[in-house]
Design a protein around this ligand. Structure first.
Ligand SMILES: [Zn+2]
Length: 253
């Protein structure tokens, strides 16, 4: 268990896996992540991944070291979550207040994503991007992404209230919009001078656009996610998304 503390106050405890879930999942090799048994591994640079502490740094780079490839094509689910009203707020609040808010948002997103075995791939300003089905393989990765999105909304609505009161910014919205899409994408290291481990492709772009279309407090998913996660009965709406010629049907999850 890991305790997260802010200003000496314990705000949450997170269950941590003792061994790397990715290595166990793919090779049935138990790689210890914590405690005395993990020391020899750490000497060789094998430690918990910063993108998912239940997996290791070997898993992150498995395709470069094991597969001798710079990138791989995988079937995966991509989730974007964005904090609304943050940009406006950053003009009226102190940098400390703003960074505290963003830290709290990243924490809630990270824990929701890791509970569903997703990879927190990037934090981009006031948004986070997560990938499901890598390095931990998940037959139900679309469903896991939806569960993570719902957990983000639940965690954040509870946390937001206290933060807004503490900052004295009662009028601020600070809801979260989430977008999710599933399909084939490229995952690897891109860029020569600045190497960046990330996912690229249409799936990533559409997930990002779906997030833009989502209102505060809303989760919008594509047809692919709707079908794979078996979300029968969800409300459908057509959107003209930037960069896409034909209207896209999105479902509220
Ligand atoms: Zn591993």
């Amino acid at each position: 268990m890991l305790s997260l503390r802010i200003a000496g106050e314990e705000i949450m405890t997170v269950r941590r896996s003792r061994i790397c879930k990715g290595c166990w999942n793919q090779m049935h090799v138990p790689v210890p992540l914590h405690g005395v048994l993990s020391v020899p591994f750490r000497v060789f640079g094998i430690r918990p991944s910063r993108m998912n502490p239940n997996t290791c740094t070997v898993c992150e780079l498995m395709f470069t070291t094991v597969m001798k490839a710079r990138k791989i094509t995988i079937d995966a689910t991509v989730l974007f979550a964005d904090l609304r009203g943050y940009t406006n707020l950053s003009q009226s609040q102190s940098p400390d207040a703003i960074s505290g808010l963003l830290d709290a948002f990243y924490d809630e997103c990270a824990n929701a994503i890791w509970e569903s075995d997703g990879l927190l791939n990037k934090t981009i300003g006031d948004a986070v991007m997560a990938v499901f089905n890598f390095p931990i393989r998940q037959g139900d990765h679309a469903r896991q992404a939806v569960l993570a999105a719902r957990a983000i909304q639940e965690r954040w609505s509870a946390r937001r209230k206290t933060l807004v009161e503490g900052l004295g910014i009662a009028g601020a919205d600070l809801g979260v919009g989430v977008g999710i899409h599933s399909g084939e994408l490229s995952f690897g290291e891109f860029g020569r001078s600045h190497r960046d481990l990330t996912a690229i492709g249409t799936v990533v772009n559409l997930a990002s656009r779906a997030q833009t279309a989502a209102a505060a407090g809303e989760i919008l998913v594509t047809q692919a996610v709707y079908e794979r996660a078996e979300l029968a009965g969800s409300r459908a709406q057509e959107f003209q998304l930037k960069g896409f010629e034909t209207p896209t049907t999105l479902y509220a999850a």
